[in-house]
Structure formats: structure tokens, C-alpha cells
Design a protein around this ligand. Structure first.
Ligand code: S3P
Length: 176
């Protein structure tokens, strides 16, 4: 199980797809899984049910995915704030894609599919989350000014060589 975490615009979905392809693993985006489960878009869930309901569903969907077969899983930027989700990630290889705030805003722009972008306290949310990402990461990769291909190559090279944080074993692809 390889899990990608980081703020909106870090490139979790793009990089996750590239890594999954190279490792021959399926790729899943937690936001897509939530939308499928709810039968509604993320902005609709936020608008109709509120953020706490979204966070509860997000935790449930992620926990189920983590219990399932091996895959590359990109998490929504807020998932790491849920203590239960952080606990569940203790057995996974967690790749933290770091992105500076300015770069993140350039990448996501005014995306209507991301309700948090409308929040006045977005910069504070970003700051609050940084230690959360760092806390659960077994591998940290900087993404500012870098192309997704280069980031994914970096991750693939380091996944096989660097031991995970807290004694967790590195991800070793199974033989073909
Ligand atoms: C969110 C990030 C989004 C999505 C939702 C909330 C957040 O995912 O889960 O809009 O709280 O940062 P991405 O990080 O994939 O944009």
C-alpha cells in the first residue's frame, strides 16, 4: 500500500497515477471513491451535508481502501487531519508530496471542484496541516518547480532504498 498525502495542488493524483503504472498496481483517488460512494460530487457533499459529514465519510472510505488489496492511494488534502485516518496509516508507506503555498495556489487556481479554496482561512489551514503530513510520512518529496515524471522517478528510486519511518519496512514490489 502506497499512500500519497499533501496539500491541494501537491500533485498526488498525477504522481500517484505515474507510480501505480510503473509498479503495476491499481490507482485510487480517495475523492473519487467518496464521490462514487455518495453518488454526488465533493462540492455537493460539502454544500448539502457540511464538512464534518464529508470528513466522516472520507475517513470511512479511506479505512476501507486501506483494508483492501494493495494499491497506490492518493488522499484528499484534509484527510491527514483525521486522527483515526492517521492511525490507520501507520502500516502504510506514506509519501508526503510537499508543495509551497504559492505554488499550490498557482496549480489549483480557482477550481470550483475544491470547496476549501473559497475559505478565508486557507493559508492558516495549510500551515496547520504541514506537521500532520510530516508526522505520518515515511518518505518526503519536494515538488515545487518540478515535473510529475521527475517526482515519480524520485519516489520510485527512494521507495526501494530508504527504510520507512519508525522501522516500517520499505515498499518492495513483488516479483512479476
Ligand atoms: C480538500 C482537498 C480535496 C478534497 C476536498 C477537501 C481539503 O482533495 O478532498 O475538496 O480539505 O484540502 P485534493 O487535495 O485532492 O484537492
Amino acid at each position: 500500500m502506497i499512500v500519497l498525502v499533501g496539500f491541494m495542488g501537491a500533485g498526488k493524483t498525477t504522481v500517484g497515477h505515474l507510480i501505480a503504472e510503473r509498479l503495476g498496481l491499481p490507482f485510487t483517488d480517495s475523492d473519487e471513491a467518496i464521490e462514487q460512494r455518495a453518488g454526488r460530487s465533493i462540492p455537493q457533499i460539502f454544500a448539502e451535508d457540511g464538512e464534518p459529514a464529508f470528513r466522516a465519510l472520507e475517513h470511512q472510505v479511506i479505512a476501507e481502501l486501506l483494508d483492501g488489496p494493495a494499491l497506490v492511494l492518493a488522499l484528499g488534502g484534509g484527510a491527514a487531519e483525521h486522527p483515526g485516518t492517521r492511525d490507520r496509516l501507520a502500516r502504510a508507506q506514506v509519501v508526503y508530496l510537499q508543495v509551497g503555498y504559492e505554488q499550490a495556489m498557482q496549480r489549483v487556481g480557482g477550481d470550483a471542484g475544491r470547496p476549501l479554496l473559497a475559505r478565508p482561512d486557507l493559508a492558516a489551514t495549510y500551515q496547520r496541516r504541514l506537521p500532520r503530513y510530516a508526522e505520518i510520512a515515511t518518505l518526503t518529496v519536494s515538488t515545487d518547480g518540478r515535473h510529475p515524471e521527475s517526482i515519480s522517478e524520485d519516489i520510485l528510486a527512494r521507495l526501494g532504498t530508504e527504510p520507512g519511518v519508525g522501522g516500517r519496512a520499505p515498499y518492495l514490489p513483488s516479483p512479476p
